[in-house]
Write a protein that binds this ligand. Structure first.
Ligand SMILES: N[C@@H](CCC(=O)N[C@@H](CS)C(=O)NCC(=O)O)C(=O)O
Length: 194
């Protein structure tokens, strides 16, 4: 499997799940400005959506969208759940994708101070919802699952965008605990972010 990624972008979540699950991925960096891959291909020719993550499967198909990749890689790595817990996992992935990830978009577009403040407030509000529900070492209990990788990437972004989570004590500690994990460190190092 080959992951098309950009260092530190949302594609890092899929990378972390593979690393945590001991799955070998080949990696191809995408320049998101000119949409060229590091081996010189036009990324639109590979993924017409033009964004990362995208996962080239062994059968030649391409899988896109964070939620789909996180479930696919998570299933292969034995890091997902069954029964109702599987739907809880999807519930968290959807929350992170639509309520947190996409709320960062204005902050990447040189926003006015008002727009930036509104985006930061919304993200902090959604993170504080998670903070109240974080009762275990990981978002869904005692073991790591794909939701943790996605949430961790969002917490890195929050720090980069000067969203202060130090009052969200559980989430603050969770971020440090995630950053120390072997798989997380390996994925960060492979993306040149260590
Ligand atoms: N709906 C997509 C959004 C992915 C996305 O926002 N990717 C960003 C990086 S985090 C990107 O590649 N942006 C560049 C672009 O849209 O051209 C998903 O959830 O996978």
């Amino acid at each position: 499997m080959k992951l098309y990624y950009f260092p530190g972008a949302c594609s890092l979540a899929s990378h972390i799940v593979a690393a945590e699950g001991g799955l070998k991925l080949s990696l191809e960096k995408v320049n998101l400005k000119d949409h060229k891959t590091e081996s010189g291909h036009d990324f639109f020719g590979i993924n017409p959506k033009g964004y990362v993550p995208a996962l080239a499967l062994e059968n030649g198909e391409l899988l896109t969208e964070n939620v789909a990749l996180l479930m696919y890689i998570g299933d292969k790595a034995g890091l997902t759940h069954e029964g109702l817990e599987r739907y809880r996992l999807l519930e968290w992935l959807a929350f992170i994708s639509t309520e947190i990830h996409k709320s960062f978009s204005p902050l990447f577009r040189n926003p006015s101070p008002e727009v930036a403040q509104a985006a930061r407030e919304k993200i902090l509000n959604r993170l504080s919802f998670i903070n109240k529900r974080l009762n275990h070492a990981f978002l869904m209990g005692a073991s790591f699952c794909p939701t943790d990788a996605y949430l961790y990437v969002m917490l890195r972004w929050a720090e980069n965008m000067k969203i202060d989570i130090s009052d969200l004590k559980r989430l603050y500690e969770y971020k440090a605990h995630m950053a120390a994990r072997t798989g997380v460190r390996a994925a960060l190092a492979a993306e040149g972010l260590a």
